[in-house]
Design a protein around this ligand. Structure first.
Ligand code: SIN
Length: 280
């Protein structure tokens, strides 16, 4: 199948040109999937997708699943509508994270379809977790491979009233999910530093938050250095897909006074396998 891949930045990210995703078949899908595994995040412009067509496309990536805490659209519960109204200063997902690290089987892939975008701003930033692992010193790599993180979902984090209303039962705390800090990507075999910021990754297993915080903060600074990042500028009809096993993301909240509407679907993942477990 012929299409063009235009890298967005040195560390990760590519725009794919010449594809209408609604018409992708088995062979085309395999090529697009291998582009995603290589670049970590890809996007397609000018896509025309109804909610049904979007779901059909998403199902080719694996099992579409429901977010454990956030309710989707009434007619399409698998699609989460992320809305920021023009007069609402509160962002959503405007911090560095990898999706659903707070569950035992975090999402493999996330896709985001732009329905309404601000004239300027509202980009999403991405950072390479495989690049972050590769750039650790050998001593830090060895230590990191022995650590595990405890992760939870902050139901009460600041969110727009509209998004907060879609979280059921805000008073009940969520369960913690424990994962290896260095995960082995099941498809590429590459190790990645698997961590999110303090809203999700609370501490190391067996340590207090206070003990864990300095190293977690350093790891996040390391993983989000500008040279490990890229950004997607959205326009209506842009479809982005990223691999949560190797990429962090953060939505920029820099468009006060304008509306942004995105439709998100996530694809179920597998239990996280650590680098330290590879010989078992
Ligand atoms: C998300 O993290 O789920 C959404 C990112 C965005 O809205 O750009």
């Amino acid at each position: 199948m012929s299409f063009e891949i235009m890298p967005i930045a040195g560390a990760l990210g590519a725009e794919i040109r010449g594809i209408d995703v609604a018409g992708l078949d088995g062979e085309g899908m395999a090529e697009v999937r291998s582009a995603l595994l290589r670049y970590g995040v890809i996007c397609f412009r000018d896509q025309d997708l109804s909610p049904e067509g979007y779901l059909d496309f998403a199902r080719q990536w694996g099992e579409v699943h429901l977010h454990p805490y956030l309710r989707g659209l009434d007619e399409f519960p698998e699609i989460i509508e992320i809305i920021r109204e023009a007069d609402d200063p509160t962002g959503f997902a405007d911090h560095w994270h990898t999706d659903q690290i707070f569950t035992p089987r975090p999402a493999n892939f996330t896709m985001l379809f732009a329905r309404e975008t601000p004239a300027a701003g509202g980009d999403t930033m991405f950072a390479s977790l495989t690049g972050a692992y590769d750039r650790l010193s050998p001593g830090m790599q060895r230590m990191a491979a022995r650590l595990r993180t405890c992760n939870s979902y902050d139901k009460k984090a600041p969110r727009s009233a509209r998004m907060a209303a879609r979280i059921a039962d805000r008073e009940t705390p969520t369960q913690e999910a424990v994962h290896p800090l260095v995960r082995l990507h099941p498809e590429t075999g590459r190790p990645a530093l698997y961590v999110s910021d303090e809203r999700s990754t609370r501490r190391f297993d067996g340590m207090s938050e206070e003990e864990s915080r300095p190293l977690l903060a350093w790891l996040m600074r390391h993983a989000t250095r500008p040279e490990l990042t890229c950004r997607i500028r959205w326009e209506p009809g842009t479809l982005g897909i990223w691999d949560n096993r190797s990429v962090l993301h953060s939505a920029l909240n820099d468009y006060y006074g304008q509306r942004r509407v995105m439709h998100r679907i996530t694809i179920r993942g597998e239990p996280v396998r650590g680098l330290a477990e590879q010989s078992h």
